[in-house]
Ligand binder design. Sequence first.
Ligand code: ZN
Length: 140
Amino acid sequence: MEYRQFGDTFLVRIDRGEEIVASLTALCEKEKIILAQVDALGAVDHAVVCLYDVASKTFFRKEFNEPMEISSLCGTVTQKDGKPYLHLHATLCDTGLIAHGGHVNELRVSATCEMAVRLIAGEVGRAHDDATGLNLFRFS
Ligand code: ZN
């Protein structure tokens, strides 16, 4: 991973073999990023994405081990228990250009990942919501 900061934006290159969630977490820890908006594109060869079913409060998980384009990745960086809390979703295209997507658990870069992390001046935490079973935005 290599990155530069331009104003309120970090431009990040995540390299072949690196995992995107771990790389972004490391960036947030190193640069003390507490609130940001994330978007990215790139290509991966391993992906784990999920769909959360609110009714059963369970995640449906799917793993891909094949060449895929990140046609879109978006999300947020907030804080939970003093640590970066990443919430990322992605749309991935397979070799038939069929889109798959969901909540991102793991994405391993095959070629490159080009990411913009835009800092937001403020602080937003996370609080568990019993109705949904999710950690929702907590505005203090
Ligand atoms: Zn999600």
